[in-house]
Design a protein around this ligand. Structure first.
Ligand SMILES: Cc1ncc(COP(=O)(O)O)c(C=O)c1O
Length: 358
């Protein structure tokens, strides 16, 4: 391949960029359990809100802060609407956080492994990273994080790809010892039993990010938000895009959070299927970490993660494989519909049968 153009920033030239999960082509029939999407369609009210968009809403620029969404989310979360910042997916909100809180040369620390976008964002802004290994039982390595002398700490909770959860009490211990930014990425929190929202009221250095991609079945829409003290959100507003969310996405996202009853039904289904898939895989000799998210991290019995990933792919089942230290014997599997999960379980059984025959 030709070298990158010389007029590109050296940082960008040298970086690899983020590798997203595979997206099958249009019309390709696969069981897609690789990018932690919600297996159900969005609420019918979301589709109605999109259908009701007037041409005038497209001709004009949208409301710059996504005010309608902020109002709806504020009443759902019982916070002020000035405590919410909207973004084009929570990835966008995370990028705004890096820009707002970290200068080139500062250190961003996070427990590792975690969401693989964090180092990419840091690198882009010439921020150093300290990847601090989780404790052996996936508990929060508070002292090691602080020892890195970071300016900010990011914590995905529940974490990806482990699906493990750190209690708000333990996170509060960190907040008591650290006065830099603590960003808690709650992309999967609706599938967990607790969350860190109450900490925002207690500590001014906490930012929580959330997304409508998972819990509200809107990954294709791109809508995420942050919750923090109003004075913190005010600063983040200076670092965001001028109109991060378009009129259609604001209307759809607002309808989604207003239909809690629908969303909650999807969460309950995912949680019960998560238990079923975890116990089926365990019975087949896989080790499954207790999951607090809409996916599981499972160790393949013979340790050959890549072979299992490829074997499932040949059967039309896509899961996520990370060729990284500590993860190469594992697969990250999104919880799907009952039918999709049956296909996965059947696929794993077929893998085992092929192995026995070989
Ligand atoms: C931990 C974590 N945070 C954030 C995101 C991004 O979510 P969004 O679709 O809102 O950009 C993901 C997506 O997979 C994730 O795993």
């Amino acid at each position: 391949m030709a070298p990158p153009p010389s007029f590109v920033r050296p940082t960008v030239r040298e970086m690899e960029g983020y590798t997203p999960g595979e997206q099958p082509g249009a019309g390709e029939r696969v069981v897609k359990l690789n990018t932690n999407e919600n297996p159900f369609p969005p609420s019918p009210k979301v589709m109605q809100a999109i259908a009701a968009i007037e041409p005038e809403q497209l001709r004009r620029y949208p409301n710059a802060t996504g005010e309608a969404f902020c109002q709806a989310a504020a009443s759902m979360l019982d916070v002020g609407s000035d405590m919410i910042l909207t973004g084009n997916g929570s990835d966008d909100v995370l990028a705004v956080a890096v820009l707002t809180f970290l200068s080139p040369g500062d250190t961003l620390a996070y427990p590792h492994p975690t969401y693989s976008l964090y180092p990419v964002m840091a690198e882009l802004d010439e921020v150093k990273t300290a990847e601090v290994p989780w404790e052996r039982d996936w508990s929060l390595p508070i002292d090691a994080l602080l020892a890195a002398k970071p300016r900010a700490i990011f914590l995905a909770n529940p974490n990806a790809p482990s699906a493990t959860f750190v209690s708000p009490q333990r996170i509060e211990e960190l907040c008591k010892k650290f006065d830099g930014l603590v960003l808690i990425d709650e992309a999967y929190v609706d599938f967990a039993d607790d969350n860190c929202l109450p900490l925002v009221r207690e500590y001014e250095n906490i930012v929580i990010t959330r997304t409508l991609s998972k819990a509200y079945s809107l990954a294709g829409l791109r809508f995420g938000y942050a919750v923090a003290r109003a004075d913190v959100i005010k600063e983040m507003n200076k670092a965001r895009d001028s109109y991060p969310c378009d009129a259609v996405s604001v209307a759809a996202a607002t309808a989604a959070v207003l239909d809690q009853e629908y969303a909650r039904k999807t969460w309950e289904h995912v949680k019960s299927e998560r238990n079923r898939v975890s116990s089926e895989l365990t019975q087949m000799g896989w080790k499954v970490l207790p999951s607090h998210a809409n996916f599981i991290l499972a160790s393949v019995p013979d340790g050959r993660g890549r072979d299992a990933y490829l074997g499932l792919k040949r059967q039309g089942i896509l899961v996520r494989y990370f060729d990284k230290p500590g993860l190469s014997d594992k697969l990250r599997i999104t919880v799907g519909t009952s039918q999709e999960n049956n296909a996965l379980i059947g696929g794993v059984k077929a893998l085992t049968a092929t192995e026995k025959a070989a």
